[in-house]
Each structure stands twice: as C-alpha cells, then as structure tokens.
Design a protein around this ligand. Structure first.
Ligand code: AMP
Length: 231
C-alpha cells in the first residue's frame, strides 16, 4: 500500500500517519523529518538543504526532494509499501513522482487528504511540542506526555519547533495554500483523492481512515489479482 498523506501543517497528519504505519506495518517517509535529520547529521542531502531556509518554510527544489524520496523508497522496508508525509508538495513533484513509481512498476494506492478549517489548525499549532532529543511530537492538550514538558521516550525536554512560532506558521500556511491546494485538485482529477474530516477526535479520524484504507487495500488486491495493473 502506497499512500500520500495531504493536509495543512498541524492538521494531525503526522499523528495519523504514525498510527496508520503501526496498523499496517509500513514505514512513514516524512520529507520534513528527513531534511531535518540530514541537516543535523551533516549528510550530502543535509548540506544541500542547508542552502534553503527550511526553518522558515522555504521549499527545497523539486529535483532534490524527488531524488531523496526515490532513493529512500528503494530501501527494503518499503517493499510492502510506505506512507508519504509532506511529499509531494507541488504538482511538478507529483508528476515526477508518478514517473518514479511507474519506473519501479509500483502503484499509488491513494491520497488521503486530512481536512480541517484553518482556525482549528492554527489553534493546534500553539500547543504542539517536540522532543529536543528524538523529535517525537506531542500536543499539550490532545496528546500530552506523561510528565509535563518531558518526552515519554527519551526523557528530553519538549520544545516548540522554530517553524511552529506564530509568524512562521502564518507564512507556512500561505506557502501551503499557494503551492499545495492545486495538488489536491490534481489528485482529485486523477481520481485518487480521498478526504477525511480531521477536525474531530483523533480516534475518530483514525477509525474513518482505517475504514477507507481497508476498502482501498481490498480494491487494490482485486486490481492486482485480475492483472489490471501490469505496467
Ligand atoms: P514539514 O515537517 O513537512 O512541515 O517540512 C518542514 C520543511 O521542510 C518545509 O517547510 C519545507 O521547507 C521542507 N520540505 C519538506 N518537504 C518538502 C518537499 N516535499 N518539498 C520541498 N520542501 C520540503
């Protein structure tokens, strides 16, 4: 199962992605996390990414991010599928990625669009925290750690991500709407877009998502069995 998760920053797609990944035993490929890790480790990708203000929401060029994803999905853990969080973000990325999948004879199962009104999303941002050591995401009300301000896993101090600061959030929303809304239209036209109401309790969001994915998975199995996917 290959899924693209869409939704504005802060809509909860990271949390849902982690739960979907656990449920179907699939890796989540988050290009934002990939870039942050590459920068902190000083890898080749990190050195390139450093040339862009990703802490201010500036996009890394399409060809760089597509190449990084292309390499990542060749790893053995992606054999049965994977989730993409934060990629594709633009129509050019989506088109090149479609070509990458075709080349690898793989099929995009679906695009899940987590939708919530902007004001609900901005409210969530103000409470989002990450572990300063391992990057695990929390929310002070909807997903609090066991001990306030401390990561359950690493014991690290929880901090606000620099790009969650209000002025940066505003900018990221503008960038998201400018560049990613057309992507939703593109995937809708391709007939692979599925919208999930993300402005509700995370457990209900998850339940709705799993119902959808079980249906998509069954349809996909049928497509493969009937030999209708034979690129
Ligand atoms: P995220 O954690 O998904 O919000 O990503 C953090 C930042 O990394 C974004 O604001 C961009 O600057 C950069 N980034 C992540 N994914 C992509 C992508 N697919 N294309 C270009 N830039 C990206």
């Amino acid at each position: 199962m290959i899924l693209v998760l869409l939704g504005p920053p802060g809509v909860g797609k990271g949390t849902q992605g982690a739960r979907i990944a656990l449920h179907y035993v699939l890796p989540t490929i988050s290009t934002g996390a990939m870039l942050r890790e590459a920068i902190s480790k000083g890898t080749k990708l990190g050195k390139i990414a450093e040339g862009y203000r990703i802490d201010r929401g500036e996009y890394v060029p399409d060809e760089i991010i597509v190449e990084a994803v292309d390499e990542r999905i060749e790893e053995p853990d992606c054999l049965n599928g994977f989730l993409l969080d934060g990629f594709p973000r633009t129509i050019p990325q989506a088109k090149v990625f479609a070509g990458v999948l075709l080349k690898k004879k793989r099929r995009l199962t679906g695009v899940i669009d987590f939708y919530a009104p902007i004001d609900a999303v901005v409210k969530r941002f103000s409470g989002r925290r990450i572990c300063s050591i391992c990057g695990t995401t929390y929310h002070i009300t909807s997903q609090p750690p066991k001990i306030e301000g401390i990561c359950d896993l690493e014991g690290g101090t929880l901090i606000t991500r620099p790009d969650d600061e209000p002025d940066v959030v505003q900018h990221r929303m503008e960038v998201y709407h400018e560049k990613t809304t057309p992507l939703r239209d593109y995937y809708r036209e391709c007939g692979v877009l599925h919208t999930i109401d993300a402005d509700q309790d995370p457990d209900l969001v998850f339940r709705a998502t799993i119902e959808l994915l079980n249906r998509l998975e069954a349809e996909e199995t049928l497509i493969f069995e009937q030999g209708k996917w034979n690129v």
